[in-house]
Design a protein around this ligand. Structure first.
Ligand SMILES: Cc1cc2nc3c(=O)[nH]c(=O)nc-3n(C[C@H](O)[C@H](O)[C@H](O)COP(=O)(O)OP(=O)(O)OC[C@H]3O[C@@H](n4cnc5c(N)ncnc54)[C@H](O)[C@@H]3O)c2cc1C
Length: 465
């Protein structure tokens, strides 16, 4: 994995736009470049393109979209920008935040109106840093469905996708111009030229060394993202002396079922459910920090907790979320008609659970204030039968990476852009601040498709400059 400096490289053939990585960013970039008339090849290490995108729930944030207008939601890029700056306490790059806030909505419109993607505004996913309903999600709230739409569009547009093609090295000439790539395939090694190169290999969640260096607080925590996210883009960029930042930033989540490794929807909590540790007690404001709460959960006894809900919340989640349906099939959702019965099922002290849930009902009817500061307005009292599912915290994806400009071009440490190198999605620095607490839901795929589209279009236009 490295950089080969070879100004005399003379490839047998050269592809106009080469994209490394076939997830949301790479496929969006490829589709965008094709629509500008460029020939594109996507190189994907796996036998079938999936990436973290396929593991996700597929929610994409963006403001001022046609889908929002159809749902009578009044939102704007400026509000989105303010939300990014607020959640990151001003500790993100405002120029990049502006690029993302301004371009995410038009990118979503491009996906839905021009490419025919079936994405609708998720009406249950409110708050958590977004001041408007602006998560756009595919049917079944499934990243696999989103990948299906991207792959169909790529095929329609004539994108060539070479699978089992892992890029090992970049070949670079004078002025840091990328000249080609070295690709490992089942048949051996191949080298060919690239006029423009887009890095869409995602982050470094699967790179234990980088995680230990930049996120020591995650020691022993599970990584639940794609195993191909080994940080290749970051390592190439570092070897080229590119600018990078926020390497300690990441999204974790405190809702991975244990056992089962299924992502349990946050709507159970948003709708009024609660987190209970093995002592039968609440331990935080469940709405405070969707990402950072993974760490709080890992600090609880055995590093696991229960999400406690009722029949209405359980049924709603089962109706809407494929992975929750899978959890039901695996019998991971325990239930009982009384809190004592539920305590017995989930093996927590009955007295403590009864007290915790009685307190919860007081917070909901407004007779007392939650000491953790959660605002229960709009949530209903939990009614029997009650439900519980056991979850743990895990690292989902990293948010630091290569710095890019407003056209998704990778920049050097002095701010100047590399001549023909682009990055997006998990490969690029995101707008989540320096740590775990600055992540807005839906930002992972938002930066993948938004920077992906910018990268693809700029790369294609650069061919004719
Ligand atoms: C469980 C889970 C749920 C999530 N839910 C959401 C959500 O609802 N909304 C949201 O916004 N974000 C979510 N995320 C984050 C989101 O999935 C990612 O931020 C996003 O998919 C990143 O897209 P990408 O294209 O950059 O990377 P990926 O989709 O991971 O694609 C990168 C691709 O590059 C390939 N690759 C890597 N190295 C090489 C190489 N050297 N050569 C060739 N190919 C290579 C990989 O195999 C992979 O296919 C979730 C993540 C997880 C794990």
């Amino acid at each position: 994995m490295g950089i080969i400096r070879d100004p005399d490289f003379e490839p047998e053939y050269t592809v106009p736009v080469v994209v490394i990585g076939g997830g949301a960013c790479g496929l969006t970039a490829a589709i965008a470049a094709r629509r500008q008339g460029a020939d594109v090849v996507v190189l994907e290490r796996d036998p079938h393109p999936a990436g973290s995108t396929a593991m996700s729930y597929g929610g994409i944030c963006g403001a001022g979209t046609k889908a929002q207008a159809r749902a009578d939601i009044n939102d704007a890029a400026d509000t989105f920008f303010e939300d990014i700056m607020t959640i990151t306490k001003g500790q993100t790059d405002p120029a990049l935040a502006r690029t993302i806030a301004d371009n995410a909505g038009p990118t979503l419109d491009w996906l839905t109106e021009e490419l025919g993607f079936d994405l609708e505004v998720e009406v249950q996913w409110a708050g958590l840093g977004h001041s408007n309903l602006r998560l756009h999600a595919p049917p079944g709230r499934s990243g696999e469905v989103l990948m299906g739409m991207l792959l169909s569009a790529a095929e329609r547009e004539g994108v060539d996708i070479l699978t089992q093609s892992k890029v090992e090295d970049l070949i670079v000439g004078e002025g840091d111009r990328v000249l080609g790539v070295v690709v490992k395939t089942p048949d051996g090694e191949e080298r060919f030229g690239a006029q423009q190169l887009i890095l869409a290999t995602c982050g470094y969640g699967a790179n234990e060394e980088l995680i230990a260096t930049h996120m020591p607080e995650l020691k022993g925590a599970q990584y639940y993202g794609h195993e191909g996210n080994e940080g290749d883009a970051l390592l190439w960029g570092q070897a080229l002396d590119a600018a990078y930042d926020d390497l300690g930033a990441y999204q974790a989540l405190g809702s991975l079922s244990s056992p089962g490794n299924l992502v349990i929807p946050h709507t159970l909590l948003i709708g009024g459910g609660a987190q209970i540790n093995k002592n039968g007690e609440r331990f935080e404001n469940e709405m405070h920090d969707i990402s950072g709460q993974a760490l709080t959960i890992l600090e609880q006894p055995d590093g696991e907790i229960w999400i406690v809900t009722d029949e209405a919340l359980h049924t709603e989640a089962a109706d809407r979320f494929e992975e929750y349906r899978d959890a039901v099939k695996l019998n991971l959702c325990k239930n009982a008609n009384t809190w004592e019965g539920l305590a017995e099922q989930i093996k927590v002290p009955a007295g403590a659970l009864v007290q915790t849930m009685s307190d919860l009902q007081d917070f909901k009817d407004g007779s007392r204030q939650d000491p953790f500061g959660r605002d229960f307005a709009g949530t209903k009292k939990l009614e029997p039968p009650y439900y519980a599912i056991k979850v743990t915290g895990a690292l989902f994806h990293t948010q630091g990476g290569l710095c890019v400009d407003s056209q998704a071009r990778v920049v050097r440490r002095d701010g100047t852009a590399f001549p023909n190198l682009y990055a997006g999605g998990g490969a690029a620095r995101s707008v989540s601040g320096p740590s775990v607490w600055g992540y807005l839901p839906g930002m992972g795929i938002c930066t993948a498709v938004t920077l992906g589209k910018l990268a693809g279009e700029t790369a294609a236009q650069s061919l004719t400059d």
